[in-house]
Design a protein around this ligand. Structure first.
Ligand SMILES: Nc1ncnc2c1ncn2[C@@H]1O[C@H](COP(=O)(O)OP(=O)(O)O)[C@@H](O)[C@H]1O
Ligand SMILES: [Mg+2]
Length: 363
């Protein structure tokens, strides 16, 4: 039967796609993507304390991946929320849930013999949405044009069919015998397939992008989930949507795979650059802080500044880095030395590692 965007696409074929072949153009781009990803991974592996720098990168990815879904928050709002969630905006909370979902998914994958299973996908979406979402069992979900409401795509329905398609996808992800394709190409195919299955009522875009990062960890191409693809997708969002559609309507896998390989190349380079810049900033800070604080220089404080770039006195107390008076004195000295910038939000003064923030938002 001919494809009809208005009715559930229950004929969605399982992976691997029949007509797909690696063109010379794809192979060239693949070699480049592997090289840059390898470089990024090497850098991550050499970090003495990877979690320290990586946590902020993962938060940036969470912010951008949410932005693709029009969940928009500012850096200020987000980092403030990361310290005290109670007063945070709904968008900032959703970004934090995204980061949590990514780490939950990673743990779950590791706990299940490194397999990426349907139950992990469900866990991820439940953490993103902070509810009990499950596989859709009703019609009514369709992707629509935001301006004129026209239906762009109607995913398959309902639960039984979705579970079958997810089971086939699980096989493709976890069983290397289903296809000899390179994992980076597989990642592109998997991302399309997950979005086309669209198993949840909402949160499919974000869950699918988390799966990309987990898959690269599973394939040992990344030790840490530092995939920052969403910064590219935010920039080229129209193409992202068009190309997904192109696969469904015209089996145009070539352009879709090229898009994701290019995104990998650009974002691996960008992330490597950012991590290097953070390392060098941290060294500068160490020297400057030693000057500003003299013998009371605290390495823990330096570490904290790179984990949570928005500090407040209470946080230093809570983390047992210093008592209130000392904490207040240190932060003031660092502000006087222009290492941190005070920023009053509501009744609280935050001391912002603004150089790190500039670095994180630059491209
Ligand atoms: N034509 C399409 N076919 C399949 N998936 C699509 C198509 N267009 C967009 N998408 C995917 O659907 C996602 C949006 O689905 P949604 O469930 O709302 O995700 P989220 O809740 O994370 O917002 C997009 O980010 C994209 O990944
Ligand atoms: Mg949505």
């Amino acid at each position: 039967m001919a494809y009809n965007r208005n009715s559930p696409f229950n004929d969605l074929p399982n992976l691997p796609p029949q007509g797909f072949a690696e063109s010379p153009e794809i192979l060239r781009q693949l070699a480049k993507a592997s090289r840059y990803l390898g470089e990024l991974n090497g850098l991550c592996a050499s970090l003495p304390d990877p979690q320290l720098l990586i946590n902020t990168i993962v938060l940036q990815e969470s912010k951008d991946s949410s932005a693709i879904e029009n969940i928009v928050t500012t850096q200020d709002e987000l980092y403030k929320a990361a310290i005290e969630e109670g007063t945070a905006s709904p968008a900032a909370k959703e970004v934090l849930s995204y980061r949590e979902a990514l780490y939950v998914g990673l743990e779950k994958m590791k706990a299940q013999e490194n397999l990426l299973l349907t139950n992990t996908m469900v866990d991820i979406v439940q953490h993103i949405k902070r509810n009990k979402s499950g596989i859709r069992n009703a019609t009514g979900t369709a992707l629509k044009n935001a301006i004129n409401g026209e239906v762009i795509y109607t995913p398959p329905c309902c639960e039984n069919i979705l579970r079958e398609k997810l089971a086939a996808l699980e096989q493709f992800i976890n069983n290397p015998e289903t296809s000899p394709l390179d994992p980076l190409i597989k990642m592109a195919l998997i991302h399309y397939q997950f979005e086309a299955i669209h198993p949840f009522h909402d949160g499919n875009g974000r869950t699918g992008r988390i799966l990309n990062a987990l898959y690269l960890v599973q394939q040992e191409l990344l030790l840490q989930p530092v995939l920052y693809l969403s910064s590219y997708i935010v920039k080229y969002k129209t193409e992202y949507y068009q190309l997904l559609r192109g696969v469904t309507e015209k089996e145009n896998w070539h352009d879709w795979v090229m898009y994701l390989l290019t995104a990998l190349i650009e974002t691996a380079q960008l992330t490597t650059k950012k991590i290097r810049a953070m390392l060098s900033l941290k060294e500068d800070f160490e020297n400057q802080m030693k000057q500003a604080l003299g013998s009371s220089f605290s390495y823990e404080l330096l570490q904290l500044l790179f984990t949570i770039p928005y500090l407040k006195i209470e946080l230093l107390e809570k983390r047992k880095i210093a008592h209130r008076q000392t904490a207040s004195l240190w932060l003031k000295k660092l502000a006087d030395a222009k290492i941190l910038r005070p920023n009053k939000m509501g009744r609280t003064t935050y001391f912002v590692n603004y150089k790190l923030m500039e670095l994180l938002s630059s491209d």
